[in-house]
Design a protein around this ligand. Structure first.
Ligand code: ADP
Ligand code: MG
Length: 237
């Protein structure tokens, strides 16, 4: 489903290149559900942004669902993202002036007819337990309910890859646990590939597989190296 090969990403800050990711090789199988953990600033969000095609790689190859996205133009990456990726944000990104149902209707595939739109929206609101909240605007929903609406928005168009960046980061623990368990079970039922960033190890344990960014990113690995004699920050050769 996802394959990284020699992927490098750096950011330019005040004219200086700041290397963030160096991922020699990483694959995620179709239908796999992975919790991605690691310290703040270690490049987890950047990794999701690369997979979703929001930002391009500096070098290397990323293939997702048969799309060689490292070869794509920005417009091609936008099209890829619309077709392949459902994204869930920590702070929901719902439009506050629209009802829950309208927020979801915004993302429905243009090819769907009236009946399919109505049935699918009803089915998904029921699947997340919000059938009686469709007419509420986000401000009339709890934070957990808002994230459920955002989950529908990510899943309803049948995107094969769901990316979630700290989706429960702004929820209390009980709600976070509920929302995380729901996301996992929906992705499992629907056989979506899921990569979720979380800093909560207890929630990561709900996942069949947890990956620490240190296992993927050579830069994170070397910066965590406790060897005292190694001259940190200096690269030989
Ligand atoms: P994480 O999600 O693991 O907390 P991020 O992927 O957000 O980490 O960021 C990794 C590093 O890259 C951080 O040091 C951050 O400051 C830096 N960074 C992220 N985005 C940019 C950007 N657009 N420009 C410059 N630096 C960035
Ligand atoms: Mg982040």
């Amino acid at each position: 489903m996802i394959a990284f090969q020699q992927v490098k990403k750096s950011f330019s800050v005040n004219g200086k290149r700041l290397p963030i990711l160096d991922v020699p090789q990483w694959t995620v199988a179709a239908g796999e559900q992975i919790a991605l953990i690691g310290p703040s600033g270690s490049g987890k969000s950047t990794l999701l942004h690369l997979m979703s095609g929001v930002i391009p790689v500096d070098s290397g190859a990323i293939s997702v669902a048969g799309h060689a996205i490292h070869q794509y133009s920005e417009a091609q990456r936008d099209r890829y993202r619309a077709q392949v990726v459902g994204y869930i944000f920590q702070d929901f990104h719902l439009i506050s002036s629209l009802t829950a149902r309208q927020n979801v209707e915004l993302v429905l595939p243009a090819s769907w007819g009236k009946k399919q739109r109505r049935e699918e929206v009803d089915r998904w609101f029921a699947a997340v337990g919000l059938q009686d909240r469709q007419g509420h605007v986000p401000g009339q929903l709890s934070r957990g309910q808002q994230q459920r609406v955002a989950m529908i928005r990510a899943l309803i168009g049948n995107a094969p890859l769901i990316l979630a960046d700290e989706p429960t980061g702004s929820l209390d623990f009980a709600t976070a646990h509920e929302v995380m368990a729901l996301l996992l079970s929906l992705c499992e039922q629907e056989q979506r590939t899921l990569v979720t960033v979380t800093h909560d190890l207890q929630l990561a344990e709900l996942y069949p597989k947890t990956v620490h960014i240190r296992e993927l990113n050579d830069l994170a690995r070397s910066s965590d190296d406790p060897a005292p004699s190694a001259s940190k920050g200096e690269k030989v050769g």
